[in-house]
Write a protein that binds this ligand. Structure first.
Ligand code: HEC
Length: 143
């Protein structure tokens, strides 16, 4: 009995870990699709090879920190602060590969590097809310 209980508890403890660990496709479908599905606010639509070609060339070291921190009309983490950095990174890879990229799944070390870059951007832009998507998105929500 004790062993079963221990096993059940161990399993229960694993569930939140799974729940936090969404695939890029799931994150896209839960969050990013709102804008990247149809190009709302001029977001690069998923599968639009022309728009994504430029971003793919910039590379993940540029575009993942932009997605984490926000850039122009792109809000931080697509306005979903519940996403982990890894989940956002996976969603970027998912969209980039749908647009013709050939990126591998991000590693934990990649995500640490991208978070550092995103934080450096935040320090630079702290006083300039218009440089990330928050202001525009808040206006949109009020409509
Ligand atoms: C509220 C709308 C919105 C949502 C939601 C959103 N995006 Fe965006 N995203 C944009 C817009 C608009 C741009 C274009 C920004 C620009 O270049 O002016 C953009 C650009 C990007 C870029 C390119 C950044 C660059 O360097 O130019 C990436 C990568 C990206 N989004 C990833 C994501 C991911 C991943 C999600 C989901 C977790 C997401 N976005 C959700 C609006 C959104």
């Amino acid at each position: 009995m004790k062993r079963i209980l221990t096993a059940t508890l161990a399993l229960a403890a694993m569930v939140p870990a799974f729940a936090e660990d969404l695939s890029g496709e799931k994150v896209y479908n839960y969050t990013c699709i709102v804008c990247h599905g149809n190009g709302l606010l001029h977001a690069p639509p998923k599968g639009d090879k022309q728009r994504w070609a430029k971003l793919i060339k910039e590379g993940l070291d540029e575009i993942v920190p932009a997605a984490l921190h926000g850039e122009r009309a792109m809000p931080p983490k697509g306005n979903n602060p519940n996403l982990s950095d890894m989940e956002v990174a996976r969603a970027v890879v998912y969209m980039a590969n749908a647009g013709g990229g050939k990126f591998a799944e991000p590693t934990a070390a990649d995500v640490v590097r991208w978070r550092e870059k995103a934080d450096a951007k935040r320090l630079k832009h702290e006083k300039h809310r218009k440089h990330d998507g928050r202001e525009k998105y808040e206006k949109l929500e009020k409509k």
